[in-house]
Design a protein around this ligand. Structure first.
Ligand code: CP
Ligand code: NVA
Length: 308
């Protein structure tokens, strides 16, 4: 049975907890090593990850490559412009070929249906490196980061400010699986897909939507935002104007708990969704969050390949 990681629910809460523990242990065990050196046990020696990018990336691209090196394996990149995918070879055939040549596939694409098709035809694990629907690997790094910074996930309060996008969908999914609550401050017309909150609610999470950014941030342990204009979306002035009241400022951070952590998946649009005083301020843990993409994804890869 192939273990795909298209959304967090493919793994479930117990496996996510195991991955987070593994990531913490591996990160500690390799302290002081050069970043490209393999972990002592090199659990993916000889394994190759094929990475397909149909959208831009810095963190996902580098962190998966470094994750594979640290696990003793390696990664290669196909991009839409230079592979046959860009000339119309089907996802299904690409999945079949890569499954004969590589040990796992990571894909960043637009329509989530494409990654589902890839997973349907692949005989090796497929990992979601972001789709228009979700960004589960990002949220694995976010969970790792807040746990490292002393937030106990069960019962914690997360505040989301801004666009109801792919990153928020995965946070809501995580809330259900890891038993925390999310208050979402989103302007009208930019709500997340309501099905995520319905599923999280069934698992016991309280996920609420408000138009009031102060109400969203009040008492939060974790404050999160993301770009107002995701990849593939038009840079609409109307959207920017609607989002402006949800900008994360020091005043808004002051509504959260005094020790609240600020997260942003990056890249940031400073002066839009967040101001410098917050993203560069003492509550921001964004550089740990970015580095943790490596550590969290190592554990995702180990889980997907049946080694965890
Ligand atoms: N956060 C994130 O996924 O960054 P990249 O777009 O640079 O990969
Ligand atoms: N919501 C953003 C995340 C980028 C990592 C996007 O999809 O562009």
């Amino acid at each position: 049975m192939n273990r795909h990681f298209l959304n967090l629910s493919d793994a479930g809460g117990d496996a996510i907890a195991a991955m987070l523990n593994d990531a913490i242990d591996r990160k500690a065990a390799r302290a002081g090593k050069p970043r490209g050196a393999a972990d002592a046990d090199a659990p993916l020696a000889g394994h190759v990850l094929a990475m397909i990018f149909e959208k831009n990336s810095t963190r996902t691209r580098v962190s998966f490559d470094m994750a594979m090196r640290q696990l003793g394996g390696s990664a290669l990149i196909l991009d839409g412009g230079t592979s046959q995918l860009g000339r119309g070879e089907t996802i299904a055939d690409t999945a079949r070929v890569l499954s004969r040549m590589c040990d796992a596939i990571m894909i960043r694409t637009d329509d989530h249906a494409k990654i589902e098709e890839m997973a349907h035809h692949a005989t090796v694990p497929v990992v979601n490196g972001l789709t228009d629907l979700s960004h589960p690997c990002q949220i694995m790094a976010d969970l790792l980061t807040v746990v490292e910074h002393g937030v106990a996930l069960p019962g914690s309060q997360w505040a989301w400010l801004g666009d109801g996008n792919n990153v928020l969908h995965s946070i809501i999914e995580a809330a259900g699986l890891m038993k925390f609550d999310v208050r979402m401050g989103c302007p009208e017309g930019y709500d997340p897909d309501p099905s995520f909150a319905v599923e999280a609610g069934k698992l016991g999470a309280t996920v609420t939507l408000t138009r009031d950014p102060v109400a969203a941030a009040r008492g939060a342990d974790v404050v999160v935002t993301d770009t107002w204009i995701s990849m593939g979306q038009d840079h609409a002035e109307a959207k920017l104007a609607a989002m402006m009241p949800y900008q994360v400022t020091p005043d808004l951070m002051a509504q959260a708990k005094p020790g609240a952590k600020f997260l942003h998946c990056l890249p940031a649009h400073r002066g839009e969704e967040v101001v410098d005083a917050v993203i560069d301020g003492p509550q921001s843990v964004i550089w740990d969050e970015a580095e943790n993409r490596i550590h969290a994804q190592k554990s995702v890869l180990l889980w997907a390949l049946g080694k965890l």
